[in-house]
Design a protein around this ligand. Sequence first.
Ligand code: GTP
Ligand code: MG
Length: 138
Amino acid sequence: TERTFSILKPDATRRNITGAVNAVIEGADLRIVGQRRIRMSRAQAETFYGVHKERPFFGELVEFMTSGPVVVQVLEGENAVARYREVMGATNPAQAAEGTIRKTFSESVGENTVHGSDSAENAAIEIAQFFQASDIVG
Ligand code: GTP
Ligand code: MG
């Protein structure tokens, strides 16, 4: 089994659909082994999305991620990183496949409901940014 890091973004908490998203996650055989609702600070958001800091949408992205509560999660399962990316769907919901979280719930590329790590290496780094080992119970 493998672990990945997930965020239910502010558009999900604002619309009160975190349970509906979690049902899709669990339906895909991913187990939520760590979960916490937080308000991300600007510094946390800037560090987290640091790879995108030269992109034109970086400012907007940081604004959005700090605009409301988020739910940070650790998901566990077979090929969790790839499986979750599949369940999330394409970054732009207009291009996301039927049945994916972003196709079902997201309104725009900026407000696309979920984050999922793009590699096992990044998953470990991202999990460590938001979770103590003792707060993950597999
Ligand atoms: P994450 O799981 O959130 O990392 O999404 P991703 O891996 O599918 O996409 P990527 O890492 O390329 O981009 C990170 C985030 O930046 C996306 O999830 C979007 O929320 C945001 N983003 C990407 N492209 C655009 C864009 O053109 N405009 C805006 N406003 N946001 C964008
Ligand atoms: Mg990404």
